[in-house]
Design a protein around this ligand. Structure first.
Ligand code: ADP
Ligand code: GLC
Length: 502
């Protein structure tokens, strides 16, 4: 039966970030667009976020709709209500100023270190989500299902599992490498139910693990691409959770992320110099010259411009890009632009390379959403050598903007980019360049393959890029897929792994 013909579901979507209110990475893109796609499918979906100052500012006007007294928290917690996106999806902000009203990054202080009270902050966020989920906030709204995302919401499925008349719970892993692990003393400090301290519960190698609450207790566990759903069952990417995940394999699915086709549309993007689409592909080069001018690179529409955007962390493989720099510098037709922030050591090395080769490399350290759009619009090739990548969104933006992706065959990158092998070129499926081993030599050979392909006479390159632009990575089919899983979770809830102790 089509999920659309079923009765609309009441869905509480819980995330610690959502675009355009607060973003550190792809989770925000997903939380800012999947709920809108679900609303578009006729579902009663509401989003809940912590009331970070940026979220409060961006979501105004807000009204206070509930006051909660939550265990272990001094004073009342306000629930503020606003709206998210063009679908005007109801948005709840959990306002506990002592915990969330801080400048800058939601997870780290100005020194780049995690806020020391992150466990208390997100435990309180989880408690507020549980109150909303059980209709205990006085909002007269009883969700059928709570969709939790990443470790910051991991305690929710664990706490709900002990409640009668609870909504179903789904837990989506956006990145298993971030687990929200804290010591035993923190478990005691949070005054969590003592029976949760068990191998079947939240205990993970003698620590409290927030993410384990989602993995062990949710009715269904999903992750953001089919390939990553398989990879996390192995010891190399399971981070010690592979056994638990294998145990739950019949309730684990990979649902590929979609992207927001309105926010990322080269035909109407307000951030870029020249609009274009697949049929006017030749106009794209004006974005290249505009970006070269903006970033102080020599203006040359024939240069082959490579781009990279991302958090500067080991996962993303920027060090591999550093390894291929000598090769790129040797090829006079190439230029490279990198936008990112993160590891101070990587930031320093990138800046030093820019200083050595200012005619060939542009580096922007920082977070700049509009510049990210301009880089996607301007590049010929987008390099994403991630060591692992649960889904990855930049390769999808690149496909949409005709910037041919060069990616490592892992996770969502493997699921979304089709290598320009002779066979795939022949049958017309190729959209980019894919390599198997995340090392500098392999990346360099792949870049050379792309450069050789680009030099082919005729319209080979243009056809490859246009084919990427024609792929459909909108939310339509993935939102339907989530709905199917929601219905299964509601119809067939999982049993509480601690039931015998409850
Ligand atoms: P992850 O969530 O692991 O960081 P994704 O590829 O899923 O990786 O999503 C990253 C998102 O964050 C993309 O929307 C990307 O454009 C954006 N992004 C990352 N770093 C920056 C930056 N320095 N400036 C602007 N946008 C950035
Ligand atoms: C995570 C992953 C990334 C994914 C994003 C959104 O941050 O690292 O691969 O695209 O979440 O699901």
């Amino acid at each position: 039966m089509s999920t659309q013909s079923q009765k609309p579901l009441k869905i509480l979507f819980a995330s610690s970030e959502a675009q355009p209110l607060i973003k550190t990475g792809g989770l925000a893109d997903v939380a800012g667009s999947l709920p809108l796609a679900l609303a578009h499918l006729g579902q009663d979906v509401r989003v809940v976020l912590p009331a970070y100052p940026q979220a409060v500012e961006g979501a105004k006007p807000l009204t206070t709709v509930a006051m909660l007294n939550l265990r272990g928290h001094q004073g009342e917690v306000r629930i503020l209500e606003g709206r998210l996106g063009e679908e005007r999806v109801p948005l709840y902000l959990v306002d506990a100023p002592a915990l969330f009203n801080r400048p800058g990054n939601p997870y780290t202080g100005a020194d780049g270190k995690d806020w020391p009270d992150n466990a208390q902050r997100f435990a309180l966020f989880c408690q507020a989500i549980v109150a909303l989920a059980l209709n205990r906030a006085g909002l007269s709204w009883h969700p059928d299902l709570v969709h939790c995302n990443d470790w910051q919401t991991g305690l929710v499925p664990a706490q709900l599992a002990f409640e009668d008349n609870r909504p179903a719970s789904i837990f989506t892993i956006h990145n298993l490498a971030y687990q929200g692990n804290f010591n035993r003393a923190t478990f005691d400090l949070l005054a969590l139910d003592r029976k949760l301290w068990s191998h079947q519960g939240l205990e993970f190698h003698n620590n409290l693990s927030f993410i384990k609450g989602g993995l062990a207790f949710a009715d269904w566990v999903t992750t953001v691409s089919p390939t990553y759903a398989k990879e996390i069952l192995t010891s190399s990417l399971g981070y010690g959770f592979e056994g638990l995940l294998r145990h739950r394999e019949d309730r684990l699915r990979g649902v590929l992320n979609g992207i927001d086709y309105q926010a990322w549309d080269p035909a109407s993007d307000p951030a870029i110099a020249q609009h274009f689409d697949a049929s006017t592909f030749s106009l794209k080069r004006r974005n290249k010259t505009a970006l070269q001018q903006e970033l102080g690179l020599p203006v040359d529409e024939n240069a082959v411009l490579f781009g990279h955007i991302g958090r500067l962390v080991a996962q993303k493989g920027v060090d591999l890009i550093l390894q291929v720099l000598p090769g790129l510098i040797d090829r006079p037709e190439t230029q490279l632009v990198i936008l990112g922030s993160g590891d101070p050591a990587l930031e320093k090395v990138l800046n030093a390379q820019r200083d050595l080769h200012p005619q060939r490399i542009a580096v922007v350290i920082g977070y700049n959403e509009a510049l990210a759009h301009r880089i996607e619009a301007a590049c010929d090739c987008f390099i994403m050598p991630s060591r692992f990548e649960p889904c990855g969104l930049n390769q999808l933006y690149s496909l949409r903007y005709g910037s041919v992706p060069i990616v490592h065959r892992t996770g969502g990158l493997a699921d979304t980019v089709v290598d320009a092998s002779p066979r795939n070129l022949l049958d017309g499926t190729a959209t980019g360049f894919v390599f198997d081993h995340p090392d500098g030599n392999t990346l360099w050979r792949t870049i050379q393959r792309a450069l050789d392909f680009r030099r082919r006479p005729g319209v080979y390159w243009e056809k490859l890029a246009q084919h990427g632009m024609q792929q459909d990575f909108s939310w339509d089919s993935s939102a339907e897929h989530y709905l199917e899983i929601y219905h299964q979770a509601i119809d067939n809830p999982a049993s509480n792994p601690l039931a015998k102790l409850a």
